[in-house]
Design a binder for this molecule. Structure first.
Ligand code: CAA
Length: 258
């Protein structure tokens, strides 16, 4: 297996685990982290034995943002020419469901990385925010767009304009977090959610993620058209026949595509 500089990668059953590992910088996301996460997530995505991915950090920090020290001396032209955060689009485009297991700080790019995932589980210790305004900049990895979609305009505007951090409970109330769990149970719980997803039929899981994504990007009419086609296409899978037969026969389905 491949080894990475800034992350730990592990396969447990049908779940791929990516753990950010720059403790000296609270998992700040420099270019190497971006390359490592994109490479690891893409490899899991290409492997049909993997049905879900978990991304996590340390107890103290999921990620405290993009790496400020790496960015400090850059010019606007540099940011454009090396498309500084461009690689993250490949992570966001992974078709396998990704669960962010967030403990401690998820700030700036850390919060934005969590929002590229499909499910955000938060330890009760988690702190979310987009503090870029305190650095004289703005969110640059999707925060202004994804936070508005996650929590609505007014909550997002307050967070982005003031740089205020919010705790896990507030983040859950606001709709940024799928569920809050006690810090000690975060990884177990993330593993359980991931295993639950990984036990389903992959074509239906891919279709569910793709159509859910469309809800954030398209009009209602477009999204409903996509859903209609994706729904119909699943009726040509053996797993649909198996899933519905299993229901009728009152037993668990034995899916082939997982
Ligand atoms: N980039 C680079 N290094 C970082 C970092 C970051 N985003 N966040 C923390 N670190 C480093 C610190 O510099 C420090 O390193 P040294 O020991 O070498 O000084 C180490 O991690 C530990 O951090 P602190 O000593 O600051 O720890 P703390 O507990 O006192 O504070 C914190 C924790 C409140 C999270 C504080 O570290 C902090 O405010 N970090 C920056 C948060 C931030 O502004 N994030 C947004 C970044 S910009 C961005 O993300 C752009 C975008 O949209 C993509």
């Amino acid at each position: 297996t491949h080894t990475y500089e800034t992350i730990l990668v592990e396969t447990r059953g049908r779940v791929g685990w990516i753990t950010l590992n720059r403790p000296e910088a609270l998992n700040a996301l420099n270019s190497q982290v971006m390359h490592d996460i994109v490479a690891a997530a893409s490899a899991f995505d290409a492997d049909p034995r993997i049905g879900a991915i978990v991304v996590t950090g340390s107890e103290r920090a999921f990620a405290a943002g993009a790496d400020i020290k790496e960015m400090e001396s850059k010019t606007g032209l540099d940011m454009v020419m090396d498309d500084h955060f461009g690689g993250w689009a490949r992570f966001a485009a992974v078709r396998t469901p990704v669960i962010a297991a967030v403990s401690g700080y998820a700030l700036g790019g850390g919060c934005e990385l969590a929002m590229m995932c499909d499910i955000i589980l938060a330890a009760d210790s988690a702190k979310f925010g987009q503090p870029e305004i305190n650095l004289g900049v703005i969110p640059g990895m999707g925060g202004t767009q994804r936070l508005v979609r996650a929590v609505g305009y007014y909550k997002a505007a307050e967070l982005v304009l003031t740089g205020r951090l919010m705790g896990a409970e507030e983040a859950e109330r606001a709709g940024l977090v799928s569920r809050v769990v006690p810090a000690a149970e975060l990884l177990d719980e993330a593993g359980k959610v991931a295993e639950t997803i990984a036990a389903k039929s992959l074509p239906s899981v891919y279709a569910a993620k793709a159509t859910l994504d469309a809800a954030l990007e398209s009009t209602l009419a477009e999204g409903l058209r996509l859903e209609k086609h994706a729904f119909a296409a699943l009726f040509d899978t053996a797993d649909q026949k198996e899933g519905m037969a299993a229901f009728r026969e009152k037993r668990s389905p034995d899916f082939q595509n997982r």
